[in-house]
Design a protein around this ligand. Structure first.
Ligand code: PMP
Length: 289
């Protein structure tokens, strides 16, 4: 396993970052989690756009162009022989600096790319769907730290996930400060109501998921109506179907929310149709633009 670090390949054991790096000291940095299918980078333009937009919002300058990072990712895939599946973690930290907060006293951002295998949810879960809880801890508001920034600060999500882990589950629904559903700790969320696909709008305070956007596009192409609007957790309990989307999860049915079983407790027809559409999409060139 070789890691790309600031332009050079380093063995996994030797890939190290300074203890003065503000990514470590303060969670000051941004990242992307990207799927590799058929040896290619999934939705590379969307991931590059989000990375650079995240960096801009925290006033972090990435010392490479999008094209250079795409080339580095391709090199990582080939160097590590990832011909089938795989996952890329592309991280840009503020870089090594002083012990104070001052971000601009870090002379240069650190960039590294890990291309490895990914641990998926257990296969059975795609049939049975998974249970989630509604977390008590709200999602951080856009005024505090815009959830659209995919930053290295994940403690808000991690502590909500711990609420789920404490009751034997893997994912939690997070509400915004108005009590509307925002997203899950590492996934976006959708419900199906009377054949219409409903998902929280960007204004609810969410990460604008690459998988979310692909799912919306595929649903529209399949003639399924998609509405982005706010809703309360009570609507989840009454939904015909619920699923979450994410780079790791792809499209995963949710069949229980808190103590409430959703519909008949199995992955619903629309969820299964969209998962199939997603898998078909992976086989097209359009998926790798
Ligand atoms: N929300 C959060 C908080 C996430 O961390 C992620 C990514 N794991 C998502 C949504 C899904 O985004 P994507 O489809 O781009 O992976």
């Amino acid at each position: 396993m070789k890691i790309w670090m600031d332009g050079e390949f380093v063995a996994k054991e030797d890939a190290r970052i300074s203890v003065y790096d503000h990514g470590l000291l303060y969670g000051d940095g941004v990242f992307e989690g990207i799927r590799i299918y058929n040896g290619k980078v999934f939705q590379r333009a969307a991931h590059m756009d989000r990375l650079f937009s995240s960096a801009e919002k925290i006033r972090l300058e990435i010392p490479y162009s999008k094209a250079e990072l795409v080339e580095a990712m391709d090199l990582c895939i080939r160097t590590n022989g990832l011909t089938e599946g795989g996952y890329i973690r592309l991280v840009v930290t503020r870089g090594a600096g002083t012990l104070g907060l001052h971000p601009f006293w870090c002379p240069k951002a650190s960039v590294f790319i890990i291309a490895d295998q990914i641990q998926l949810y257990p296969t059975e879960l795609y049939e049975t769907g998974m249970g989630v809880i509604v977390a008590k801890r709200p999602r951080i508001s856009p005024e505090m730290l815009d959830p659209a920034v995919k930053s290295l600060n994940y403690l808000n999500n991690i502590l909500a996930k711990v609420e789920a882990i404490d009751v034997g589950l893997l994912e939690a629904v997070m509400l915004n400060d108005q009590g509307n559903v925002a997203e899950c700790t590492g996934d976006n969320i959708f419900l199906v109501d009377g054949g219409v696909l409903v998902t929280p709008p960007v204004s609810a305070g969410i990460l604008i998921g690459v998988t979310r956007n692909v799912t919306i596009m595929l649903a529209k192409r399949a003639g399924i109506a998609v509405v982005e609007r706010d809703f309360k957790p009570a609507e989840l309990y009454e939904a015909d179907e619920i699923f979450v989307t994410g780079t790791a999860a792809e499209i995963m049915a949710v069949t229980k929310v808190d103590d409430k079983v959703i519909a008949d407790g199995k992955a619903g027809a629309v969820t299964r149709q969209l998962l199939q559409a997603f898998r078909d999409f992976i086989e097209t060139d359009e998926a790798y633009e």
